[in-house]
Design a protein around this ligand. Structure first.
Ligand code: ARG
Length: 259
């Protein structure tokens, strides 16, 4: 192996190993690597900018999706690893086999179903509108002609682009859209309800409108070429739902509204 290539390989292995117990990496021909004790590794692609589903805590990626997927891997007797990436890279990563599952508070949509399979759903969600506390925007209908911030490639992005005469500003992270709103650069943010609550809690002078945009359902994205994994993941999800483990994970991250 040439020196440059060797260094690249060492660096790659270093990143790859940082999340979980690491196994021997193969020669890079796209074959699955295996973890300790010869176990296969379940690789989860996500975008860890989406509390309470996935977010950074120190060097770790935590949240409902991270813990749920780790529990799925455990059910399947697999090692587990998370790959953090841009939200719109997740489906391509699943399609190419770079990751086995995409878990990112990802809404099941007709369009995405053309590219990947989805597991059974594990959460219902809404798209909400965040505005400044003193905003005259009272509901989604009042977004006509406004500057609306979204996270690139999300369903919020898709809905916002349907608003008449709205100017849609796409950000790489939902948090950046909320920041732009605080700074008065945009008029509103369309984003999923639970992350909205987290972001508004951390910001000054913002509120979430009572009227939600839409209802959606989250599920795990899996390659269309891997029906077997789809069935296994659905089986594991069912076990986690039936045992109350999934509820337990959710309750850890979403406290019942105390207001
Ligand atoms: N539910 C929305 C969608 O599927 C947003 C998901 C964003 N997730 C994330 N991890 N950044 O498009």
């Amino acid at each position: 192996m040439k020196m440059k290539k060797l260094i690249a390989a060492v660096l790659m292995t270093a990143c790859v190993c940082s999340m979980a117990a690491c196994g021997s990496k193969d020669s890079g021909d796209g074959e699955k690597e295996s973890g300790g004790e010869g176990k296969d590794t379940l690789v989860m692609a996500t975008n860890a900018e989406f509390p309470p589903y996935e977010f950074h805590e120190g060097d770790d990626i935590v949240g409902i999706d991270a813990e749920m997927a780790a529990a799925v891997a455990e059910e399947l007797g697999m090692e587990f690893k998370i790959e953090d990436m841009a939200f719109d890279s997740i489906i391509p990563a699943v399609q190419s086999g770079k990751a086995d599952i995409g878990v990112a508070g990802m809404t099941v949509t007709e369009d995405r179903l053309k590219n990947v399979n989805f597991s059974d759903t594990y959460a219902t969600a809404t798209q909400v509108v965040i505005v400044k506390e003193d905003s005259d925007i009272a509901g989604p209908d009042a977004l006509t002609g406004k500057k609306v911030g979204v996270q690139l490639g999300t369903t919020g992005d898709i809905y916002a682009s349907d608003i008449k005469d709205a100017e849609v500003e796409q950000y790489n992270k939902g948090f950046e859209a909320v920041q732009a709103l605080t700074q008065g650069k945009i008029d509103a943010v369309v984003i999923d309800g639970e992350p909205a609550k987290e972001f508004v809690k951390e910001a000054e002078g913002l509120k979430i409108l009572d009227e939600a945009f839409t209802e959606e359902e989250y599920a795990i994205a899996i390659s269309k070429d891997n029906e077997e994994l789809l069935e296994k993941v659905n089986g594991a999800l069912k076990t986690l739902k039936d045992s109350g483990k999934l509820d337990e994970i959710v309750a850890k991250y979403i406290k019942a509204d105390a207001e």
